[in-house]
Design a protein around this ligand. Structure first.
Ligand code: PFF
Length: 451
């Protein structure tokens, strides 16, 4: 089933770095801290880690195994495994297509902050800087287009050259810098309350909303339920040790998210007080970190370096999102890579420009009461990804059987240490929890229930 013409990673390290490069991105640096701030700090982290160890591990293993076994992108892989599940490929294609435009909008914000830090633009540390920037009529759109164009250039140039090369250079630096900044932040007087909020789970902050938010974040952050890991699995040589890879990807992804929160949340307490937690929302990273850099000696250099690395992390992730879409379009509609990229590029422009303007000129354009960015984030993370995950677990647990996945994991004689947990998760826990989340969260969203 393996098509010889497909690109492939150059072995275990190449795969791990590319997959980690995909997983570690804006989800870790931008999305995780503001959700942790909003949904109870320590309790959110606890729930997130529990979900990552059970759910995340199950779904990531499943997706990589499906990709490697079939050697196909999701649009064909699900159909080959069971003819009734062909629709799942199309559903999967929808998720990255919705995410990519708004992801590039935020990537554009990062470019703005990167250049402003390098140039030492005055006023970056003011709380109003972010709001007035995203409300501008043309600048955020221009940066969005720059970011998108960069992503498209790398994807046009193919798998190994583009993705591996960038990922290999980046990860260790980002990790070290994040550790350094977190250490600085927790030494600032007044950060202790923030640290406690972030590290000590307060069970009175727990609600089903915490679980929903953590679950959506896990899909987003680990690049699962959207075809990326299936696609990367299809580029993975058979000798790659799968459970070890999954453990390593999960570990680094969670570590970077955790450190990003450690860097941002105590700083929110120092510079904006506890009220800053809820009011920050998606702007939290952009509002808080410039204040941190402003307060440190050498802050301009550290700040510039930081935003350069976040930009590169966002780029490798966005590349993986676009790569997933492109590979599906190529496989399904037999387009050339170039044409597929062009098609997606144009589509992203059409969706991304209104999304970018949604914080300014087009702020009145609302869907279900949400601005476009929030709406696309909601639609992908809280509706479509749980549906894709639900269908995948039903297919694997009850139709083709978990053994198909376990056999793929163990095909090199490798041991599958968590096989038992995997079977229980994929057959019982995942489908039940996903249905509960989908139903209750969406009912709450539309005001039918309150929790
Ligand atoms: N997982 C990456 C991140 O956390 O930024 C990139 C990403 C991939 C985000 C796919 C969202 C997504 F749907």
């Amino acid at each position: 089933m393996n098509d010889k013409k497909r690109g492939s990673f150059s072995g275990h390290i190449g795969f791990i770095l590319a997959a980690a490069g995909s997983a570690i991105g804006l989800g870790n640096m931008w999305r995780f801290p503001y959700l942790a701030a909003q949904y109870g700090g320590g309790i959110f982290i606890l729930v997130y880690i529990l979900l990552a160890l059970t759910f995340g591990f199950t779904l990531m293993t499943t997706e990589i195994a499906i990709g490697r076994k079939t050697g196909l992108s999701p649009i064909q892989a699900y159909k080959v495994l069971d003819s009734h599940f062909g629709f799942l490929g199309y559903l999967t294609l929808l998720v990255p297509t919705i995410i990519l435009p708004y992801y590039c909008v935020i990537g554009g914000w990062v470019i703005k902050y990167m250049f402003s830090s390098i140039a030492g633009t005055p006023g970056m540390a003011d709380s109003s800087f972010f709001g007035s920037f995203i409300g501008m009529p043309s600048e955020p759109v221009a940066w969005f287009l720059v970011f998108l164009a960069l992503v498209a250039i790398v994807v046009v140039s193919g798998v190994e050259k583009g993705i591996e090369r960038i990922s290999k250079l980046l990860m260790p630096f980002l990790l070290l810098l994040t550790i350094g900044i977190s250490i600085y932040v927790i030494t600032i007087p007044g950060s202790m309350d923030g640290l406690k909020y972030y590290l000590l789970p307060d069970f009175s902050n727990f609600s089903l909303k915490t679980v929903c938010a953590a679950m959506g974040q896990m899909f987003f952050s680990m690049s699962i339920a959207m075809g990326i890991m299936v696609t990367y699995g299809s580029y993975t040589p058979k000798e790659v040790c799968m459970s070890k890879s999954v453990n390593q990807i999960e570990f680094f992804d969670t570590l970077v998210a955790f450190l990003a929160g450690l860097m941002i949340i105590p700083a929110v307490f120092v510079f904006s007080g506890e009220e800053g937690l809820a009011s920050g929302g998606p702007g939290l990273m952009f509002i808080t970190l410039p204040k941190v850099f402003d307060s440190m000696a050498g802050g301009r250099i550290i700040g510039s370096l930081f935003f350069i690395l976040v930009f590169l992390a966002a780029l490798t992730s966005a590349i993986s999102v676009m790569e997933a879409i492109v590979s599906m379009v190529i496989d399904r509609w037999k387009m050339s890579r170039r044409n597929a990229c062009l098609f997606i590029f144009v589509l992203c422009i059409c969706i991304g420009i209104p999304t970018s303007l949604g914080n300014g000129m087009w702020a009145n354009l609302k869907i279900l009461g949400m601005d476009l960015l929030t709406f696309f984030d909601y639609l992908s993370n809280s509706v479509l990804m749980p549906i894709v995950a639900l269908c995948t677990s039903i297919m694997v647990g009850w139709v083709i059987g978990p053994k198909v996945i376990c056999d793929e994991v163990t095909r090199n004689g490798e041991k599958f240490a968590r096989e038992k947990i995997f079977n229980i998760m994929v057959r019982y826990v995942a489908p039940i929890l996903l249905v509960v989340i989908l139903v209750f969260y969406n009912m709450a969203q539309f005001g039918f229930i309150q929790f």
